[in-house]
Write a new protein. Structure first.
Length: 403
């Protein structure tokens, strides 16, 4: 297919494979710097908009969406969370982010982040191609990489770029282009998954609740005043059809139960899914004229709410590097991307793993394991230093003046 004739050839400084939030945010930032891009995705816009994902944004990410002119909708439709609750031993322990680090996080679904970015690209005249197929990335070890694809009408097209960015998600085609003998993949599989639901119900709490119990983990999250998102730990091979509403609510209520009498507000469940997860990093994040960003290069368990935030941090760093590379510094500027990105990637890997192992009940775990976890949780909530550590990690190590 690579040698087949094409119907059109389009030159552009940067081609972005993947038009999810990471790819579109990169296109937006480069567009603000006067650099033209083409972003393309095999999914349709409708498909991306209707894929439910994480909903917590770090302080800096929320600011960037507003301050770079994507949209200020987060201020009207999002919910500022000034802390989270760790619930264990049947007791509630609030981690007050504002008191500890002077920052908040925002409850704002990833689907809305995508919609804001897609609308901004359309508003600003950016080129985004959804619903394409047969994507090929060619000649990445040269200074003239190419991207070929088939449009919805069956015509074949080629983009000739100076740099290609692989932002094509956790099943990335681009990361496989780094030769096997030159790449290193780090990873960890987890013996549990999350059973996620969307329910029509009022909010059970104003902020997220991370619940540890002898029965397993649960996360109580929110979406709107009338729709809530909740999860509980389950087997990775769990069948959603085996879970009627009453069984779901019985399980969730047992995992948050305590002497304070706290109970979740119940309602009809209209979506059920099993979310498998793992820890993963591929190095290098650059090969020739191609760089990787977001889930194409790394994934984390959802426990620490790092995934989307980490991807958007990647492209924030990458946008600055690409502006330099396309300016007077040339390709050598790309050498700065990986070290800057990986520093936060591995910090996020550590935090996500730490939260995951602290809160989940491992299959086959002993009474000792359970008691040790309770001791660890008590260490976190029982001292200001422990609470501050969690607050700094969760709010995303915001970049503050003079810090």
């Amino acid at each position: 297919m690579a040698d087949a004739a094409v119907d059109s050839v389009t030159p552009v400084p940067v081609a972005i494979v993947g038009a999810g939030p990471a790819g579109l945010m990169l296109a937006h930032l480069l567009g603000r710097a006067g650099i033209e891009t083409i972003a393309l995705d095999t999914r349709t816009r409708h498909e991306i908009e209707n894929t439910q994902r994480a909903g917590i944004l770090e302080a800096d990410v929320a600011r960037d969406l507003v301050e770079t002119g994507v949209s200020d909708r987060i201020l009207a439709d999002g919910y500022e969370h000034e802390g989270v609750e760790l619930r264990f031993g049947g007791q509630a322990h609030r981690i007050d982010f504002q008191d500890l680090v002077g920052e908040s996080v925002w409850l704002y679904p990833q689907t809305d982040v995508f919609i804001d970015l897609a609308n901004a690209r359309q508003r600003d005249g950016g080129t985004v191609l959804f619903g394409i197929k047969d994507t090929e990335v060619l000649d990445i070890t040269t200074g003239n990489p190419r991207v070929r694809y088939t449009a919805a009408d069956g015509t074949r097209h080629e983009i000739r770029a100076r740099y290609v960015v692989g932002a094509d998600g956790s099943r990335s085609m681009c990361r496989g282009l780094v030769p096997e003998d030159r790449r290193v993949r780090y990873g960890k599989e987890y013996p549990f998954a999350w059973f996620g639901i969307l329910t029509e119900a009022p909010m059970s709490a104003p902020e997220l609740i991370y619940a540890h119990s002898e029965h397993g983990f649960a996360l109580i999250s929110q979406r709107t005043e009338t729709v809530q998102r909740m999860y509980f730990q389950c087997d990775p091979e769990e069948n959603v059809d085996a879970w009627p509403d009453d069984r779901i609510w019985e399980t969730l209520q047992a995992r948050v139960a305590g002497p304070d009498g706290f109970r979740l507000k119940e309602g009809p469940v209209f979506e059920k899914s099993v979310l498998k997860f793992r820890s993963f990093v591929q190095e290098p994040m650059r090969w020739g004229s191609m760089v990787l960003a977001g889930d194409a290069a790394h994934t984390v368990p959802p426990t620490g709410a790092r995934g989307l935030n980490l991807a958007l941090h990647d492209v924030k760093v990458l946008a600055k590097v690409l502006v330099r590379a396309l300016g007077s510094e040339g390709e050598n500027a790309l050498d700065d991307y990986q070290p800057q990105a990986l520093q936060r990637v591995w910090r996020a890997q550590n935090f996500s793993y730490w939260m995951t192992q602290m809160l989940h009940t491992a299959p086959g775990g002993s009474d000792y394991d359970l008691r040790r976890q309770l001791g660890e949780l008590d260490n976190v909530v029982g001292t200001r230093a422990g609470r501050t550590y969690l607050a700094e990690q969760y709010t995303g190590w915001p970049i503050r003046p003079n810090a």
